[in-house]
Design a protein around this ligand. Structure first.
Ligand code: NOJ
Length: 735
């Protein structure tokens, strides 16, 4: 449609139709009982209102989406097509590792590849927009949704956010055979107090701007078509009602001009927050704040018309929001072809194709983090006699809590992959994922252990008997898929007790233990660290998880992942992250054990068990001292920081070299160090490479005492290393 035709359409629409466009309904509304039941009917809505909606979420399948599209278009006065959206987070049917694991690849190209494939599969299944990427900065491992983010660092998250948006939307944001991206959750949703789900956020404006906003900005600059508001408050104002956040920061300062949608019932929750009295006043707050579309609260549908009639809200405000939505539908070509790429043939060709499965296997290999490898227990030899023990040896719920459309039966377990390899191996469950009788209530299904204590005792005994006569044990442990994701906040971030008991029993008879950990968050794995020689942190690895793990166990691939979030020593440390602010009493961990008056705990270390950026390989690398092209930088020059990296082991490997910088003196307290560059090198044994970073003043900017974003003159320390604790540093001065 031309812009003129689109304008004419808008002008011809009734107010009711316009409000319909701003309403998003869940697909379940259109079930056999007729569209409007439950909360919607209580608010006085009827079936006609439902058919006027501008968007539906949660329905997929070329045939199903086509049918719904046809039905709704036929009932709309102007036949406006629906925008079909769903949560495609780490894959549609071919499921990739969870986003937090993708962060561990430190490789935006890997995230782009995932985004491309998931967009292609779901475009064929009739979708138009995915509620992804989730770019919230996360530092509190108690929060269940850390799995949906790429981690604790603003720089890494920004690279990942941009790559994901580009991958979802395709070349030059053409959306061709792809989707539009709906970046979420604006803003700072990843910082709920105490890691508690749906909790509020209390942040300084500097932290908001420097730590949290960059990844949303990167998504905007990459062209994200949509943005979702967050549930939380910021400075005591719910984001969904914050004019300052949405109009001033998001639109005016950050330049976002796409469609802004609320999170699920977030407009309705303004009542719960105590800032709105009823759906109508909630609708007034949200539309005034600039929220274009209401996801499933029905507040717009039942409140906006009255607000316009009373003159509280101008119709122009409604028109602005409708215009943004119509523009998106038009850009996606929906007026010409409301079914877009939906095609049953494409579905059968693309979904879970050999190419997509291979990509899932390759990406997974980049996300596993080798945390320890004593006696070089890994990789295993082909003829090692191995006992494969633990609940995750056969478990297929390894897709991540947000994989709504992926099926566990399409997934390869560790056992299946080992069997396919034909190596010597025997298997024992040992115990269930959960403690006997434990239940977790999910958001689409519940899971509970049907095993009794007695049955588990017997299983442990069988596993011990098996482990006792094998040279090596691979034990696959972890938290349940449902202990993470939305509603998955935990106060105890260890593996279930029954699994600890299993590990202890195995350790008593065999010390050659490799642990493979499945998790949606950084867990407290102190117990596991003590009782194993090798640990491979596999996260929730997706459809090809088992194959990718077994490839790595036997050395077909080598570990290269780096932690995208620090692994805490214990839950008492969280939030723990490498870039914390300096204090007046900072101390290096363990440096002054007898001085109690320092920034530290009395009973646990300050340092996490494994720091951000950490991860081993099957080979070793040396990194030379940092060389600078000059130790003086000016506002319009750059300095090159170089180090030589050498593979000093006897296998090929990939190393991720990281550049960190600290501002030594500034008008406000600055972080201990900040990640400013990433470079990956692949080296043969004995091979070396120069790794070079260019430092300019843009990297040194921050919100100074006057809230001006600029670099201040003075001294800086720069580190080049392979994790955030490296001490390989030199200094330079900004003149
Ligand atoms: C609520 C979640 O917070 C959001 O991330 C998700 O996209 C929506 N529900 C839709 O499922």
């Amino acid at each position: 449609m031309t812009e003129k035709e689109l304008r004419a359409l808008l002008e011809d629409m009734s107010l009711r139709e316009k409000i319909g466009q701003l309403t998003q309904l869940d697909a379940s509304v259109f079930n056999d009982e007729g569209p409007v039941t439950g909360p919607a009917s209580e608010l006085g809505l009827n079936d006609d209102d439902a058919y006027l909606c501008g968007s539906v979420l949660g329905l997929t399948g070329a045939a199903e989406t086509e049918a719904l599209q046809k039905m709704c278009m036929a009932k709309q006065p102007h036949g406006i097509p629906l925008l079909l959206m769903a949560d495609i987070i780490n894959g549609y049917k071919t499921i990739f590792p969870i986003p937090l694991a993708q962060g561990c690849s430190f490789e935006p190209e890997a995230a782009r590849k995932v985004a491309e494939i998931m967009a292609k599969e779901s475009a064929a299944a009739g979708l138009h927009v995915t509620f992804a990427p989730m770019v919230d900065l996360v530092r509190d491992a108690r929060w269940g949704r850390v799995m949906e983010s790429t981690g604790e660092d603003p720089y890494l998250n920004s690279l990942m956010a941009a790559a994901m948006v580009e991958g979802i939307q395709g070349q030059e944001n053409s959306y061709e055979d792809r989707l539009a991206a709906c970046t979420k959750h604006f803003a700072a949703y990843g910082a709920p107090i105490a890691g508690k789900e749906y909790n509020n956020v209390e942040l300084s404006e500097r932290s908001l701007r420097e730590d949290h906003l960059p990844s949303y900005k990167a998504a905007i600059d990459a062209g994200t078509a949509m943005m979702m508001t967050s549930f939380n408050t910021l400075d005591r104002v719910p984001a969904t009602a914050s004019k300052w956040l949405m109009r001033k920061i998001l639109r005016e300062e950050m330049g976002f001009n796409g469609v802004l949608i609320s999170d699920w019932n977030a407009i309705g929750e303004l009542i719960g927050h105590g800032v709105a009295q009823d759906p109508k006043s909630a609708a007034e707050l949200a539309i005034t704040a600039g929220v274009d579309m209401d996801m499933m609260s029905f507040s717009y549908a039942c409140g906006l018309e009255k607000l316009v009639e009373e003159g509280t809200v101008s119709e122009q405000l409604i028109d602005e929001s409708v215009w943004r939505l119509l523009q998106l539908k038009n850009q996606m070509g929906l007026f010409e072809n409301p079914f877009r790429s939906a095609s049953t043939q494409q579905e059968s060709e693309l979904i879970l194709s050999a190419e997509h499965r291979l990509a899932a296997r390759e990406v997974a290999a980049k996300t596993f983090v080798l945390l320890k490898n004593e006696d070089q227990l890994l990789p295993l030899e082909q003829d090692d006699s191995v006992a494969y023990i633990g609940p995750y040896i056969e478990e297929k719920s390894i897709l991540g809590a947000w994989s709504f459309f992926g099926k566990t039966e399409d997934c390869v377990s560790i056992r299946e992959a080992v069997e396919a390899r034909g190596v010597q191996a025997e298997y024992a469950h040992g115990c269930g994922v959960l403690n006997p009788g434990q239940a977790i209530y999910g958001f689409r299904y519940d899971t509970e252990s049907n095993l009794t204590e007695a049955e588990t005792e017997k299983m442990i005994a069988d596993a011990v008997a098996l482990a006792a006569n094998k040279t090596k044990v691979v034990i696959a442990l972890g938290e349940s898929n449902l202990q993470t994701g939305e509603g998955g906040s935990r106060g105890d971030i260890t593996i279930p007790d029954i699994q600890k008991k299993l590990l202890e029993a195995i350790y008593a008879v065999n010390k050659n233990i490799v642990a493979v950990i499945f998790a949606g968050r950084p867990l407290d794995i102190r117990d596991i660290k003590d009782k194993t020689k090798s640990i491979l942190y596999a996260w929730m690895p997706g459809t090809e998880g088992g194959s990718a793990i077994v490839d790595m166990l036997y050395g077909d691939t080598a570990p290269q992942g780096k932690l995208s979030m620090s692994l805490p020593y214990s839950v008492g440390q969280v939030p723990v992250f490498y870039s914390e602010l300096r204090t007046g009493r900072h101390t290096e961990d363990g440096a002054e054990p007898t001085n109690r008056f320092l920034t530290k705990y009395c009973d646990i270390p300050n340092d996490p068990l494994y720091p951000f950026g950490f991860g081993l390989s099957y080979t070793d690398f040396s990194i030379s001292p940092v060389r600078l092209s000059s130790d003086q930088l000016t506002l319009d020059t750059t300095v090159k920081a170089v180090a030589t990296v050498k593979n000093i082991g006897n296998r090929e490997g990939v190393e991720t070299i990281q550049l960190y910088i600290r501002d030594e003196f500034a008008s406000v307290a600055r972080p201990l160090r900040e990640l400013k560059g990433i470079k990956q090198v692949k080296l043969e044994p004995g091979q070396e490479a120069e790794v070079e970073f260019e430092i300019d003043t843009n990297m040194l900017r921050f919100y100074d005492i006057n809230m001006e974003y600029k670099a201040q003159h003075g001294d800086f320390t720069v580190w080049i290393g392979n994790n955030s604790k490296t001490d390989n540093s030199v200094c330079f001065t900004l003149n």
